[in-house]
Design a binder for this molecule. Structure first.
Ligand SMILES: Cc1cn([C@H]2C[C@H](O)[C@@H](COP(=O)(O)OP(=O)(O)OP(=O)(O)O)O2)c(=O)[nH]c1=O
Length: 202
C-alpha cells in the first residue's frame, strides 16, 4: 500500500495522464494560484516559482499529503510564451515559432502539507524545432481549438506533431510533466514509483 498521500495540483489532463504512468495512486485538486510573474525574471525561475505557487496553494488547504505542482512555458528568443489569450494571440505565437527552434521549460514543485515546511523545486528544458508554417496552416491549426490551453499555442502530442522537425531533450517536459524527473524526486520523498513486482523482476 502507498504510504504517502499524493495530490496533483493541476487541471491539465496531460499531467494527470503522465503522472498516472508512474503507477501511483493520487488525487487531483486544482489550485487557483496567481500565474503572473515579474518581467525579466529568468524562465527557469518562473516555472519553478509558478509550480511552487500551485503546489503550496493546494497544500495550504490540507493537513496531510504531498502536493505536486508543475508549470510549462515556451521561450523563443527570450520572449516568454504562456497560454494564448485568444485566437489572434495564438496565431501570433505560432508565427513567432515558425521555422525556428525554441525551448520549453517545465518546472515542478513538491510541497508537504501540514506546515512541515518541506518543499522541493526543479526544472527541465527541452529544445523543439518547428518547420516553417504558412498563414493557411496556422489559421487551420488555430481553428481546431487545440492551441488555446497550451503554452506556445501548440500541442506536440496532438495535431501540431506534423509541424515538429526536431527535439533535443525530454519529450514529456514539452507535454507538461518531466516524468523521469518527477519519478526521481518522488523516490527521494519515499514513493515507490515502480510496482514491487516490476522492481523484483517478476
Ligand atoms: C508546448 C506544449 C504545452 N502543453 C501544455 C502543458 C500545460 O498543460 C500547458 C501550459 O499551461 P500551464 O499553466 O503550465 O498548465 P495548465 O494551466 O494546463 O494546468 P495547471 O496549471 O492546472 O497545472 O500547455 C502541451 O500539452 N503540449 C505542448 O506541446
Amino acid at each position: 500500500m502507498q504510504e504517502h498521500l499524493l495530490i496533483l495540483a493541476s487541471g491539465s489532463p496531460r499531467r494527470k495522464e503522465l503522472l498516472g504512468s508512474l503507477g501511483l495512486t493520487f488525487d487531483i485538486l486544482v489550485s487557483d494560484a496567481d500565474e503572473s510573474f515579474t518581467p525579466g525574471q529568468p524562465p527557469v525561475e518562473i516555472v519553478q516559482e509558478l509550480a511552487y505557487r500551485k503546489a503550496s496553494a493546494v497544500a495550504n488547504t490540507l493537513s496531510v499529503g504531498i502536493v505536486l505542482g508543475a508549470d510549462t512555458i515556451v521561450v523563443c528568443d527570450e520572449e516568454i510564451l504562456g497560454k494564448p489569450t485568444d485566437v489572434e494571440d495564438a496565431k501570433r505565437m505560432l508565427k513567432r515559432l515558425s521555422g525556428r527552434s525554441h525551448t520549453v521549460y517545465t518546472g515542478i514543485a513538491l510541497v508537504e502539507a501540514g506546515g512541515t515546511g518541506r518543499t522541493l523545486r526543479d526544472v527541465r528544458g527541452t529544445e523543439v524545432v518547428m518547420k516553417p508554417l504558412t498563414d493557411a496552416q496556422i489559421d487551420a491549426y488555430v481553428a481546431t481549438g487545440e492551441p488555446m490551453d497550451k503554452a506556445g499555442a501548440y500541442g506536440i502530442q496532438g495535431k501540431a506533431s506534423q509541424f515538429i522537425t526536431g527535439i533535443d531533450g525530454d519529450y514529456f517536459t514539452v507535454v507538461g510533466l518531466p516524468v523521469s524527473l518527477v519519478a526521481d524526486r518522488l523516490t527521494e520523498w519515499g514513493f515507490d514509483v515502480l510496482p514491487k513486482s516490476d522492481r523484483e523482476g517478476r
